[in-house]
Design a protein around this ligand. Sequence first.
Ligand SMILES: [Zn+2]
Length: 310
Amino acid sequence: MAVGAADVHDVTALEVADQDRAARSGLDPAGGVGAGDPRGDLGLLVERSPHPLAKPFGGVICDGDEHLQLAPHDRGRVGSNLNVGAGSSYITAMQLVRERERIVAAACRLAGDGQVTGTAGNVSVRAGSLVAVTPTGGALGSLTPEQVAVVDLDGEQVDGELRPTSELGLHLGVYRRYGAGAVVHTHAPYATSLSCVLDELPVIHYHLLALGGPIRVAPYATFGTDELAEATLDALEDRAAALMGSHGAIAHGPDLDTAMAQSALLEWGCALYWRASAIGTPRALDPEQRMAVVNAVIERGYGTTQARAG
Ligand SMILES: [Zn+2]
């Protein structure tokens, strides 16, 4: 994954991350630095973030927050139907309590931002070999942690009141193939609109390099099918996000904050393309311009706060 003049045509944020790690570690990037990293590693632009475009995630105020107040002794306990407490008051501990709480807050925010409507869209977080994922048929703006399903990487449900999303196969595929830590799938309006028209979203703004390069549009397939999952997984190769033809968008990251930020960045990029197209033909950055961005990020530490000189 060396970055050089001979292969600037395929510079991605992932490569930048490798190069940067190599610089910090003194290792040769061609020697496989980062080879063991999950594909969900989103690259330098985000690795050093939060990305300038990404709103910090957390502390979301919404109706779902009332459900986040679990008893302190219940937090972090593992074991479905594990009774804890004393006397006649028993509390049923849930698997992946924190992950489920955060999914509820993320889903609420997606709904509030208009990235999902009704029961559309889904969010998941992986913790080791388990995955917490939004349920099928649940409105993302009003979920409770108890409704968030927990499955293993084979899709076997181990906790949760409701069945997992119909796109579970897609989520699990992202974890298996790219080693991600979180996945966000939306029907965000601009991304979905472009998915109905484009075959690829070009890099018309340098911030989009944080997603890894031009964003592919996976061919249309029926929701919830293996065909859709496979096509989308292919479109995610070396990318943190993809569009799903005539369907929506997907983003992943090493954690939920990053996946949410990438999802928001993709929607921003799609809105940008839409607006630019209304007044002319958007210009894509050429490989040389993209490489210059990569180098500038490395040299200047773009996107990070820096102590003043002196
Ligand atoms: Zn969908």
